[in-house]
Design a protein around this ligand. Sequence first.
Ligand SMILES: Cc1cc2nc3c(=O)[nH]c(=O)nc-3n(C[C@H](O)[C@H](O)[C@H](O)COP(=O)(O)OP(=O)(O)OC[C@H]3O[C@@H](n4cnc5c(N)ncnc54)[C@H](O)[C@@H]3O)c2cc1C
Length: 392
Amino acid sequence: MHERRERLAAFMEAEVYPNERALAREDDAAEALMRELQGKAKAARLWAMFIGPDAGGTGTGFLPYVYLNEVIGRSLVAPRVFGCQAPDTGNAEILHEFGTPEQKARWLRPLVAAEIRSFFAMTEPEVSGADPRGLRARAERSGDDWVINAHKWFSSGAEGAAFAIVMAVTDPDAPPHERLSQIIVPADTPGLEIVRAIPTLGHRGRGWNTHCEVRFTNVRVPIANTLGRPGDGFRIAQKRLGPGRIHHVMRWLGQMQRAFDLMCDRALTREAFGSALADKQTIQNWIADSAAEIQACRLLTLQAAHRLDEGDEARVEISLVKFYAARVLHDVIDRAIQVHGALGLTDETPLSAMYLVARGMRLVDGPDEVHRMVVSRDILRSYRAGRAWEFL
Ligand SMILES: Cc1cc2nc3c(=O)[nH]c(=O)nc-3n(C[C@H](O)[C@H](O)[C@H](O)COP(=O)(O)OP(=O)(O)OC[C@H]3O[C@@H](n4cnc5c(N)ncnc54)[C@H](O)[C@@H]3O)c2cc1C
């Protein structure tokens, strides 16, 4: 693992950081460069480290992946270079776990190889995304097909994707957690319309870097496109979101660390009022607080990853680090910008782009408030049953 982390860090130095600005332009030249770097990452066996070789990746579990994904996370353009970009990662994981051999051959293999992209259509503008029990999307049986009608938004990466995994109600009369199914829909199916890419804080790009509004109007796909069994949608979503959240946090560790590095370097080299910024106590406090908070996030992440590798859902551990790390991510980048003065707001450093993206992380895959609710609910359940909560 150490050897791999070192090779990965060397790859970042040689291939990613020097090309960061060119890749962020998202034009045709950037796409060609991305393809070239992806080829190099595959050749270096640094490809799709989130998933095992049986699915076309080079992964070996959550815990080793923390140390690798943290390095990847340092650059916002790097996840694509190494074949571990959300939402394709989450879609690959559920295809891997719940897909039939046919579904895997058609969608999983090319997805992990980055020959195609995908999107996950759960959130709807009309109802709370935090509480998917209220989703309105409908899929009705018609012979051997589903007929889907839905209005979705924040479908990340929908523009140019080859297929969607759609969450829709298939049995409105079932108990709330058994009403939904996840259905694979090829993007060229008649009735599927990408209405628009919604300009969003930190995401005003194209293709993979979009959050889209999508309509499904009488979209017809075979029942065989169901992931798992009808009614499994909620359960599969839970399976998808846990690892998805911890993957986010791993990458945030890299973002935090990069902001921290920049903050320390700037504090040492910039002088004001007769001494380096590093000599001012306020700046020293920011550095100390950031160091403590980043390391707390890292240890919480490692613990959650360890629990996942042991086969535990790690629901409390993941929710805990998800809301805490999203706040730390924001605060560390914010302090780093402040230490840079006006320079911190420019595009001369990566901090301004990092800051914009960081704000959305308090919402993506569940708002902070919902994760706090999950943590306190499970802890209180334990106390209600007469058991103290043990932090292992
Ligand atoms: C960058 C980004 C990418 C995304 N990508 C995707 C994607 O690919 N596919 C997809 O389907 N969705 C995606 N989403 C949507 C995301 O999952 C939802 O935004 C999220 O689940 C919240 O749903 P909502 O926006 O409808 O907010 P709502 O559910 O309306 O919640 C609004 C606010 O209400 C408050 N709130 C809600 N519940 C509680 C509670 N129990 N206690 C206290 N306060 C509460 C919170 O402050 C919350 O922020 C993405 C979002 C972002 C920001």
